[in-house]
Design a protein. Structure first.
Length: 65
């Protein structure tokens, strides 16, 4: 089979996929998961708030052997 056979169906498949993803993102039960994922970059700042640089272990990028 070639593009001539499947070609006309590609835009339809892309449209169905887009609509499915759009509905999935807007479902209310997914809101908490997306909010948690959006706040992940700030999670370390909240956990390390009471620590200073001396309390953190030194890391030079090498594995200990």
């Amino acid at each position: 089979m070639s593009y001539e056979v499947y070609g006309p169906f590609i835009p339809v498949i892309m449209l169905i996929t887009f609509i499915g993803l759009f509905v999935w993102v807007l479902l209310p039960q997914n809101k908490k998961r997306f909010d948690d994922a959006a706040n992940l970059p700030f999670a370390d700042d909240e956990n390390d708030e009471g620590r200073n640089d001396q309390d953190k272990p030194a890391h030079n990028g090498r594995d200990k052997k």
